[in-house]
Design a protein around this ligand. Structure first.
Ligand SMILES: [Zn+2]
Length: 293
């Protein structure tokens, strides 16, 4: 077992009117930099990876991104095309690796970019969301708080000698956080046991939303129960014995369902009235950590 902690920088359509025309909904964020650090089974850094990626869709550097990453327009033309950069990254990762990141946006953006280029996503199946791991282990499970890397470093009293918003440095910092969180685990078996509840498949489709319009005033429970609930990850039909929980005002509901393969899912339902109809909105999600709340 080893870990690769990675961080991405990405570009997007320019803000404002001009940006609307060039926006590609299937690729909202285009990767321009991959930074990663490999950690041994003892959670010690053993190698680093960095790649600049030459964008093919958003070739003009978004002003906001330029400011945060301190990248220049000229730097975008130096770098590998994405398929080459990602194949180098896969080689760097090797086998039996846990892919760790701060939050879920980096794996999501990586998947979008890989899909956009029609590349294979089967090379990673174990990932770790360090933001949630930190919330649970250091702050007792307040996972509603989405802490920044800077916050976690200060909280854990970790040295901040590198500049931020550089993909490699942010990956190094996230690696130090993982190291600090696992300090008390002396053996690899203990570390595996600590992390097991948090491992997830980063390339699973974890969410599905849809809406439906019915005659105003129609019974809510009947409307909800007649929907087809399908797992976003594997398309299996979901089952449940649980009751539908509603808020007092009967405008929002939640329902727990079960996938034979992926376990429990949550569905959140809301209702609004529009042009004489009741519009129900459904959002089905696989929870993270997978077996937690
Ligand atoms: Zn499933």
């Amino acid at each position: 077992m080893s870990f690769v902690v990675f961080d991405l920088e990405w570009n997007s359509a320019a803000p404002g009117k001009a940006g609307v025309c060039e926006n590609h909904p299937e690729l909202p964020f285009e990767i321009i930099e991959i930074g990663a650090v490999k950690l041994s089974a003892e959670v010690k850094p053993v190698a680093t990876f960095t790649a600049n990626v030459r964008p093919q869709v958003y070739k003009k550097l978004n002003k906001y991104i330029a400011r945060v990453t301190r990248r220049s327009q000229a730097s975008l033309s130096q770098g590998d095309p994405f398929p080459l950069a990602v194949s180098k990254f896969i080689d760097f990762c090797g086998n039996d690796v846990i892919l760790a990141s701060w939050g879920v946006s980096d794996p999501q953006v990586l998947k979008q970019n890989i899909d956009y280029h029609h590349l294979d996503t089967s090379f990673f199946n174990q990932a770790l969301n360090l933001q949630v791991l930190f919330a649970h282990m250091a702050e007792g499970g307040q996972n509603s708080q989405q802490r920044s890397i800077e916050y976690a470093l200060e909280f854990l009293d970790i040295e901040t000698d590198l500049s931020f918003h550089n993909a490699l440095n942010d990956a190094r910092y996230a690696g130090r956080i993982l190291n600090a969180l696992l300090l008390k685990n002396k053996t690899e078996a203990e570390r595996k046991a600590t992390l097991r509840p948090y491992l997830y498949d980063p390339f699973l489709q974890r969410e599905k939303s849809w809406q439906t319009a019915v005659a105003a005033g129609r019974n809510a429970e009947a409307t909800i129960r007649e929907q087809e609930f399908i797992c976003p990850a594997c398309q299996r039909h979901l089952t449940t014995d649980e009751a539908i929980i509603s808020t007092k005002k009967q405008k929002r509901w939640s329902w727990r369902l079960n996938c034979e393969k992926h376990g429990r899912l949550n569905c959140v339902i809301s209702r609004r009235r529009h042009e004489g109809k009741d519009i129900y909105h459904f959002k089905l999600t696989l929870p993270y950590p997978p077996n937690g709340d």
